[in-house]
Design a protein around this ligand. Structure first.
Ligand code: ASP
Length: 460
C-alpha cells in the first residue's frame, strides 16, 4: 500500500527520510503527476535539492519535483556496482589478431553518479570485461589513446590515430577497431580514409548511442559486429559499423567518406549518403551489398599521410547570410573554405563581393550541397555560373563534412592551388563517385524489414 499522503513540501533528503526511502532503492513514487517506478539515484553535485532522480525501468533518468510527491514505497534494494573490472583478454590460437584503439565517447562510458553525467570511463580492458563474447571472435589487444567525447576530437587526434594504426599494421595486425563517440565519428572516418591509403586490413569505427548502463544499449552488439568485421571480413577500408535497423537485427558497414550521423538519438543513426552501405554484418557473418571495395592483403603495408591544415572552415549557407562571414575568415588567415550551399550549390548575391575578396587573397573555396544526396551542378543557374567565374570550385558529390576534412588534409600537404584542386577532385576513398544508385536512398539502409523484402523481390 502506498503511503497516501497529501503531499510533502521540503527538500529532497527530507522527503526521502519522511517516506523511509533510500538511495539505490527500487521504489514506487506516487506524485500529483502519476506514479513512477524505478531506482532512486544519488544526487549529483550539480543537481538542486528540490528533485529526486530515479532511473526508470526503460533506462531513462527522470527528476521528480519534491513538491509533487504524495508517497514512496520501496520494493527492493540493491546497491549499484558500476565499476567493471579490467580483464586480461584470453588468447585463442587460430583467431585473428585485432587491435581495439579507444578514443572515448558513449561506447567507453558509464553514468557518473557523482555528477549525473555520462563520462568516458571504460578502458578498453573494461570493455572486454563487459563484453566477454569478444573472446570468441578474435584475439583482442586494447589501447586507450584518448578518453574524450567526440566533439573534442580534431586534427591532432586524427593524426595520432592514423600514425598509431599505421604502426599496428606494420607490426602485422589483422584488423583495427576504433571505439569513438558517435557525434563526430563521420569526421574522423573521413580523416582516416584520406590519411590511411591502400589499407591491407579493415579499420572499423564503432560507437554506441546508448550508454552501457541502459538496457537498450547498443554498445555490446556494435562492438561484436565491429570486432567480427575487423578480424574476419575482407573489406580493407575505413568503415563505420553501427545498427542497421532500429532493432538489433544486423549492423551496417558504411564507407568512411560516405557516412553521416543522421539522428540524434536512434541507435540506427548512421546512414550511407549518396551510395549503398558496403555490407551487412551479424555476430558471425559479413554479407556484402557492394562488390567494388578494397580487398584485404597480407603485406602489412599502408601509406600514412597524417597532414592537416587547421585554418580551414565549413560554412553552412543560410538565407540572408552576410558577406562579413566570409570576409572575417579571409581576414583571419583562413586558407580554405568549404561552403554547403543551397540546392545545386548556391549562395546569395550579397556574398559575391566577399567571395571575390577571399579568392583574391588566395583562399581556396569549394562548393558542396546541403541536400547531402546529389551532386553540385553549377552550370544550371546563373548563380552557379557566377560563383564559378569568381573561382569557387564545385565539389562534385563530396559530402560537406568530408570536403572540409579533405580540404584540411590537402592544404596540410600543399598550398599550390592546382595541386589542392587536383587532390580535392580526385576520388581517393569513394569520397567522389560516378553516380548514385537508385536504391541507396530507399533501401539497404536498415529500413523496415517487410519493405526491404518487398523491394528485393520486385526490383531485380
Ligand atoms: N557525445 C558523445 C560523443 O560523440 C555521443 C556518443 O558517443 O554517441 O562522444
Amino acid at each position: 500500500m502506498l503511503d497516501l499522503f497529501k503531499g510533502y513540501k521540503g527538500r529532497a533528503l527530507e522527503v526521502l527520510k519522511h517516506f523511509q526511502a533510500r538511495v539505490w532503492g527500487d521504489t514506487t513514487v506516487q506524485t500529483t503527476r502519476g506514479d513512477f517506478q524505478g531506482i532512486i539515484l544519488p544526487r549529483s553535485e550539480n543537481d538542486d535539492d528540490r528533485h529526486i532522480v530515479i532511473k526508470l525501468v526503460t533506462g531513462y533518468n527522470v527528476g521528480i519535483d519534491v513538491d509533487t510527491v504524495l508517497g514512496m514505497r520501496e520494493t527492493g534494494y540493491k546497491e549499484a556496482h558500476y565499476k567493471i573490472p579490467e580483464k586480461e583478454f584470453p588468447f585463442t590460437p587460430g583467431l585473428p589478431k585485432v587491435k581495439l584503439l579507444g578514443t572515448g565517447g558513449t561506447i567507453a562510458s558509464r553514468l557518473d553518479y557523482r555528477t549525473g553525467a555520462v563520462i568516458p570511463a571504460f578502458s578498453p580492458g573494461e570493455l572486454y570485461g563487459a563484453v566477454p563474447e569478444l573472446a570468441e571472435i578474435c584475439n583482442l589487444e586494447t589501447e586507450k589513446l584518448f578518453a574524450v567525447f567526440s566533439e573534442n576530437m580534431g586534427p591532432e587526434q586524427y593524426k595520432k590515430l592514423a600514425v598509431s594504426i599505421g604502426k599496428e599494421i606494420h607490426k602485422g595486425i589483422e584488423g583495427i577497431v576504433i571505439g569513438h563517440g558517435t557525434d563526430t565519428m563521420h569526421h574522423t572516418a573521413a580523416a582516416l580514409s584520406f590519411m590511411l591509403q591502400d589499407l591491407p586490413v579493415p579499420v572499423v569505427m564503432v560507437g554506441s548511442q546508448r550508454s552501457s548502463d541502459r538496457p537498450s544499449s547498443d554498445a555490446a552488439l556494435n562492438l561484436m559486429h565491429a570486432a567480427f568485421t575487423a578480424g574476419h571480413s575482407d573489406i580493407a577500408e575505413v568503415m563505420v559499423c553501427m545498427f542497421g535497423p532500429t532493432s538489433d537485427e544486423y549492423g551496417l558497414l558504411h564507407r568512411g567518406t560516405r557516412v553521416r550521423k543522421m539522428h540524434s538519438s536512434y541507435r540506427s543513426t548512421f546512414r550511407t549518403i549518396g551510395d549503398v552501405p558496403i555490407a551487412r554484418v551479424t555476430r558471425d557473418s559479413v554479407l556484402p551489398i557492394k562488390t567494388d571495395y578494397n580487398k584485404r592483403r597480407r603485406d602489412n603495408k599502408v601509406k600514412v599521410l597524417p597532414f592537416f591544415e587547421e585554418r580551414v572552415a565549413l560554412v553552412y549557407y543560410y538565407p540572408n547570410m552576410h558577406p562579413d562571414i566570409i570576409d572575417s575568415l579571409a581576414e583571419n588567415g583562413y586558407k580554405g573554405i568549404v561552403i554547403a550551399g543551397t540546392g545545386l550549390g548556391h549562395v546569395n548575391k550579397p556574398v559575391y563581393p566577399a567571395i571575390q575578396r577571399a579568392v583574391a587573397k588566395g583562399v581556396q573555396i569549394f562548393m558542396t550541397v546541403q541536400t547531402l544526396w546529389g551532386f553540385v551542378h553549377m552550370f544550371v543557374y546563373d548563380t552557379g555560373r557566377d560563383l564559378m567565374s569568381m573561382g569557387i570550385v564545385p565539389g562534385e558529390n563530396l559530402l560537406p563534412e568530408v570536403a572540409y576534412i579533405k580540404l584540411g588534409w590537402a592544404l596540410g600537404q600543399t598550398a599550390d592551388p592546382d595541386q589542392v584542386r587536383e587532390l580535392m577532385l580526385t576520388p581517393i576513398a569513394g569520397d567522389i563517385t560516378a553516380g548514385e544508385p537508385y536504391n541507396g536512398y530507399l533501401i539497404f539502409q536498415g529500413g523496415i524489414p517487410e519493405m526491404e523484402e518487398f523491394i528485393r523481390t520486385y526490383h531485380k
